[in-house]
Design a protein around this ligand. Structure first.
Ligand SMILES: *[C@@H]1O[C@H](CO)[C@@H](O)[C@H](O)[C@H]1NC(C)=O
Ligand SMILES: *[C@@H]1O[C@H](CO)[C@@H](O)[C@H](O)[C@H]1NC(C)=O
Ligand SMILES: *[C@@H]1O[C@H](CO)[C@@H](O)[C@H](O)[C@H]1NC(C)=O
Ligand SMILES: *[C@@H]1O[C@H](CO)[C@@H](O)[C@H](O)[C@H]1NC(C)=O
Length: 624
């Protein structure tokens, strides 16, 4: 029931509505018919949907029809605040053109209003709204390095922001050294941010960002940032030594040049080590950058060299690389060898010369070559700077001259020439002495000399009462000066009393011993000597006077023409007779002492005589 009644109500209301609509429509039709000529059409607003801030934007308002004799005012209106942006009076139906410098406030819904200027009966009309987007041109793009300094080490992160001072609807592009950067697993690009989580040296370069306003896929404006130089420092890698001067084995005096090279690294400084010890520069050792230079090397420069390359940044060590060892060997030039030989008795007829060549200095091994004159005798390489050669030898015969050459690769060194001649010992063997006089003219020390007439390799032996005196004892001391002589130093006392003799043999052959005469020496004998000397000299002198007197008498009586020469000869003969007549040992000793004195005296006299002679000559010269 209720539903039926509501239905009837609705249909009643609809009827009423229809009737009223019909009335309105008819009314309108009437109106149009009334003012047919003054009807304003709906204007159409034509213009861009976006405009760049500050740039000119052009809108047109076009009327579809124009009433006769009516000027129509066309206005460009911002709908939100009904603000007029421009107006134009169209007299004969021409379209209105509005050229505006775009302002931010223009963004929004725009409309074109049309109104008949002098006829209030004509109703104004409005165009459809037209939305204008005001686009701000991008300006002042620049890069901000968010991650910190522009120089840093690989492995650290890099974060760059592209900031702008003005602009809307901006999108960003990044360039590295002019090349567009694409995102990668380690390089993220989002909005105005570039982020690299772990940098490598490849990220070193000049970075630029380009900020652009895009609208409907077309670029409106662009701003390019200034470059930012990013340096990613690489850790030092694989240091190794290059020997520029060539081989690793040198001779002293040559120069050595080493370079420390690395495969990667910036701001690297270098250190050099020799056998683990830091090398400091010196006048002969120069260090510069990665170079080590020694102008003249010595054996001290031998060793294991390493270099250490270190990356420094802001005085902190970033990374270090140490090279493998390089062994540098410096060879010493071999010194001139000394040459000598000893004689070896092979059997009763055959002898050998054992020649020794020895260099004091020089890096081993050394090759020694033995030459006899120009002829190479033998050659041997030695690990101890010494070589021994054995040559057959004939005694008492000159067999040439020997020389040793030593060579260890640098330059050869030569020994002196050594005559190869062995003279066997031959007599006589003589012994004489000097005495040291103490208080009260007592003899307290003796120097006994032993000499042999010939022999190049003599061995001297001293005997006291048949006992061999070796090197030194409580009262004596043997000083050998081969081949010339041997000296026995004695302190005269109770234990030194006895019979002395010296014996000489070839050092290589014991069977050839020759002995000197024996001589008994003790304190009493030595101190009695001057008395004996006086006696002997006096005796001889007396004999001489007598003989001369006799001779003179005989000469005067029988032969006045006897010559002085004969007398001198006789005198000498007599002297020798005297010597042989006495105890040989004592006389020889006395003579030895005397001889020394006379020879000293004559030696002293000679310069005086010479001087006198000279002054005489000078005088005669002056006289002339
Ligand atoms: C419309 O009115 C203005 C002043 O309001 C006048 O100057 C103009 O001549 C008039 N134009 C017409 C066609 O009547
Ligand atoms: C975008 O541009 C294309 C042609 O370049 C045009 O057809 C389209 O209407 C434009 N769209 C807008 C929203 O401006
Ligand atoms: C260098 O290091 C010091 C501290 O060690 C620090 O204060 C300074 O900022 C650093 N300089 C640079 C350029 O990194
Ligand atoms: C050597 O012999 C003599 C006697 O001939 C003797 O008086 C003396 O003490 C001896 N000397 C030594 C050191 O034996």
């Amino acid at each position: 029931m209720l539903e039926v009644s509501s239905c009837t109500k609705v249909s009643h209301f609809s009827l009423k509505m229809f009737a009223s609509l019909l009335v309105v429509t008819l009314g309108l039709c009437y109106c149009r018919k009334d003012s047919n000529q003054t009807f304003l059409g709906i204007p159409q607003l034509i213009g861009p949907s976006k405009a760049v801030l500050g740039k000119i934007v052009v809108f047109k308002c076009v009327m579809p029809s124009h009433p006769k004799n009516e000027s129509v005012l066309l206005q460009l209106i911002k709908k939100d605040n009904a603000k007029q942006l421009g107006e134009y009076t169209s007299l004969s139906g021409e379209a209105a053109t509005f050229s505006l410098v775009t302002r931010l406030s223009y963004e929004g819904n725009l409309e074109c209003w049309a109104r008949a200027q002098n006829n209030s009966h004509i109703r104004p009309t409005v165009s459809r709204t037209h939305y204008l987007r005001v686009v701000e041109g991008v300006k002042g793009a620049h890069i901000v390095v968010r991650s910190g300094p522009v120089e840093f080490f690989q492995g650290q992160s890099l974060e760059l922001l592209c900031e702008i001072t003005a602009g809307k609807n901006v999108s960003y592009k990044w360039l590295q050294n002019g090349q567009l950067i694409s995102p990668s697993p380690s390089l993220h690009l989002s909005d105005n941010r570039l982020f690299i989580s772990r940098t490598t040296s490849e990220n070193t370069g000049n970075y630029t960002c380009i900020a652009s306003n895009y609208y409907n896929h077309t670029v409106l404006s662009t701003s390019k940032s200034p470059d930012v130089e990013i340096t990613v420092k690489e850790g030092v890698k694989e240091a190794h030594i290059v020997v520029l001067s060539g081989p690793v084995e040198f001779f002293q005096g040559q120069s050595l040049e080493l370079l420390c090279e690395i495969t990667a690294g910036n701001n690297v400084s270098y250190k050099w080590l020799q056998n683990g010890q830091l090398i400091s520069p010196s006048p002969s050792l120069h260090l510069s950058d990665n170079r080590l230079f020694i102008s003249r090397i010595t054996s001290e420069n031998t060793g294991d060299y390493t270099c250490t390359a270190t990356d420094y940044y802001n005085q902190t060590v970033l990374s270090t690389s140490t090279s493998p060892d390089v062994e540098i060997k410096v060879k010493d030039v071999v010194s001139a060898p000394a040459i000598s030989f000893t004689v070896l008795k092979e059997d009763s007829y055959n002898y050998s010369a054992v020649v020794t060549c020895e260099s004091a200095n020089g890096t081993r091994p050394v090759t020694f070559s033995l030459y006899n004159r120009t002829e190479l005798v033998a050659s041997v390489t030695s690990d101890n700077r010494k070589a021994i050669f054995k040559l057959p030898l004939v005694l008492d015969q000159y067999s040439g001259e020997l020389q040793c050459n030593a060579d260890n690769g640098a330059q050869a060194a030569h020994s002196q020439w050594l005559p190869l001649e062995v003279v066997s010992v031959g007599g006589p063997v003589t012994m004489h002495y000097d005495s040291d006089i103490g208080e009260h003219f007592a003899v307290i020390g003796l120097k006994l000399y032993c000499k042999v007439a010939k022999g190049s390799h003599p061995r001297y032996q001293w005997f006291l009462n048949k006992t061999l005196l070796r090197d030194r004892g409580s009262f004596y001391y043997v000083v050998d000066q081969p081949p010339e002589q041997s000296i026995l130093l004695l302190s005269v006392g109770r234990s030194s009393a006895g019979t002395y003799r010296c014996q000489v043999s070839d050092s290589f052959d014991n069977t050839t011993a020759i002995s000197s005469r024996k001589r008994y020496l003790d304190k009493e004998v030595l101190n009695r000597l001057p008395v004996l000397v006086v006696a002997v000299v006096f005796g001889c002198f007396t004999t001489l006077i007598l003989l001369v007197s006799v001779c003179c008498c005989v000469g005067v009586v029988y032969n006045g023409g006897l010559k002085m020469e004969r007398m001198t000869v006789a005198y000498e003969d007599e002297l020798e007779l005297c010597e042989y007549g006495e105890d040989a040992g004592v006389v020889r000793s006395a003579r030895g002492g005397e001889f020394d004195q006379t020879s000293e005296a004559s030696a002293d006299e000679w310069p005086q005589i010479a001087e006198q002679k000279k002054t005489l000559e000078d005088e005669t010269f002056e006289a002339l």
